[in-house]
Design a binder for this molecule. Structure first.
Ligand code: LLP
Length: 465
């Protein structure tokens, strides 16, 4: 059956092209399905960043992560500009690099003036190697190792202290004349509607100090000459569409700021975390970047005025909403299996190893066929990965044109938590990634080889033939 619009126009992959408003600058990437530069050329072919997607796959292989630089930069600029517009104090946007941490992405974010939030020694090392200035790097984590803390202190980045164990370790490893720049992560006790695994702000969370311990924490920190506590931090969860939880958070955080003053702490930074959601399907309706920023700025400014407090430097750390929509993953279609009256499986050359989100969170994605963008959508199929695991299903009920082996399936919105959560399950080499801009494509992650897969393997002498 051919699906049609109420207008009588046939549905095709083109329906997912960006709905440009006045200008691209007004289009919030998190409200689109495809990158901002996506268009159809030669009637049927998908182009991103001025590059034909099927040609990219011929050149760089399959599967392939394709990152559109303009969409990523636009999201960075929209965050930065919205804070400038709506916040009267100083602000700093940090890219939550857990969404996709690699040299090129860190370098692009930094070149837009963003700082970087890292959560491990590995992410920290990458950000430093990408040339990010240490004074704009913030180290998170609920169980940072001694080595990670030592690296953070030696590099001069800010440590977001999460718990008592960490505070005591910091005091222990500090040199007497040192002043370690820290922030305190607190659990605000705010509920939001998102997947249980990506919710972090409720009281029963492994992250942050319990706000009931505030008195003890502030007292302890104020007595440590080697700790320079500059701010408070909280993060309530991810893929959030409501504005209210973040507004509630902002108000609670201003109270913490006020309380800190009573302990003689000069807290000047407030970090509201990340969490703004993106559109993965037509029915997702997140607020724009500008709307989200405006809502937070208003609450903080009102609450500070009510408490007669100077405006803190306002930090936020979005991940998903900065990068998810900027990237698509291109796969090559191979085998299919028709089970009459039940379903048709269409298999691709990747799956849960390059995108573990569907199997982990039951996340829903949309896809198009890059070489059949104008063909009518005539079949509903299940897109199966190639892993030896029945649950390795990338998309259930994908509405697509008739597909054949060799077609290029493009899954949208894969910039966040795909590469960064990728694995080598079944010893599949991880895909390559390219950044595209103005008709040029540059490799940013080389495709893994079989040699890469055994690089860390060791074969004890006695097992050698
Ligand atoms: N700040 C902190 C302290 C965080 O824990 C996170 C995300 C962020 C910022 C960025 O949040 P975002 O703007 O991306 O929502 N793997 C899951 C998401 C886990 C999010 C972890 N923390 C997923 O694939 O949905």
């Amino acid at each position: 059956m051919v699906s049609t619009h109420p207008t009588g126009v046939q549905h095709s992959g083109s329906q997912y092209l960006p709905q440009r408003h006045d200008t691209k600058a007004n289009t919030s990437p998190n409200q689109e399905l495809l990158p901002l530069t996506a268009r159809v050329h030669n009637h049927d072919l998908l182009e991103i960043g001025g590059c034909d997607v099927t040609t990219l796959v011929e050149q760089f292989g399959s599967p392939l992560y394709i990152l559109d630089e303009e969409t990523l930069r636009s999201a960075c600029q929209q965050y930065r500009d919205a804070f400038k517009q709506y916040y009267k104090g100083e602000s700093q946007v940090l890219y939550a690099s857990k969404a996709w941490n690699c040299l090129a992405v860190c370098a692009i974010a930094a070149s837009e003036g963003l700082g970087i939030d890292v959560v491990s020694g590995g992410e920290l090392y990458t950000a430093l190697e990408a040339g990010v200035s240490p004074d704009k790097i913030y180290l998170h984590g609920n169980n940072k190792s001694r080595e990670e803390l030592i690296l953070a202190i030696a590099s001069g980045v800010t440590v977001v202290a999460d718990n008592w164990y960490e505070l005591r370790t910091l005091v222990e490893i500090a040199q007497p004349d040192q002043s370690i720049r820290i922030m305190l992560r607190l659990t605000p006790g705010i509920e939001c509607h998102t997947h249980e695994y990506i919710r972090t702000g409720h009281l029963d969370s492994k992250f942050g100090f319990d706000p009931n311990d505030l008195d003890e924490v502030f007292t302890f920190v104020s007595q440590q000459p080697t700790l320079n506590c500059v701010g408070v931090h909280a993060h309530i969860g991810s893929q959030i569409f409501e504005r209210q939880p973040h507004q509630d958070l902002a108000a609670v955080m201003v109270q913490w700021l006020r309380d800190a003053g009573k302990y003689g702490l000069n807290i000047t930074e407030l970090n509201v975390g990340g969490g703004l959601g993106i559109k993965y399907t037509e029915s997702d309706d997140p607020p724009s970047i500008e709307e989200w920023v405006k809502a937070i700025c208003e609450v903080i400014q009102e609450a500070c005025a009510a408490e007669n407090l100077p405006l803190p430097k306002l930090l936020s750390e979005p991940g998903r909403s900065l990068i998810a929509t900027a990237c698509v993953t291109a796969y090559t279609i191979g085998s299919s299996k028709v089970i009459p009256e039940i379903r048709t499986y269409v298999a691709i050359d990747g799956g849960m190893s390059d995108n573990p989100r569907p199997i982990t969170y039951q996340s829903v994605y949309r896809a198009v066929i890059a070489n059949k963008m104008s063909s009518p959508l005539t079949q509903t199929v299940t897109i199966a990965g190639k892993h030896c695991e029945s649950g390795d299903i990338l998309i259930k009920n994908a509405l697509l044109p008739k597909t054949e082996p060799g077609d290029i399936l493009v899954v949208m919105g894969t910039g966040a938590y795909n590469y960064s959560m990728a694995s080598n399950y079944n010893r599949l080499p991880r895909p390559a990634a390219v950044v595209v801009a103005n008709g040029e494509a540059n490799l940013i992650l080389q495709r893994e080889t079989y040699e890469d897969l055994i690089r860390q393997d060791r074969l004890p002498e006695r097992l050698k033939k």
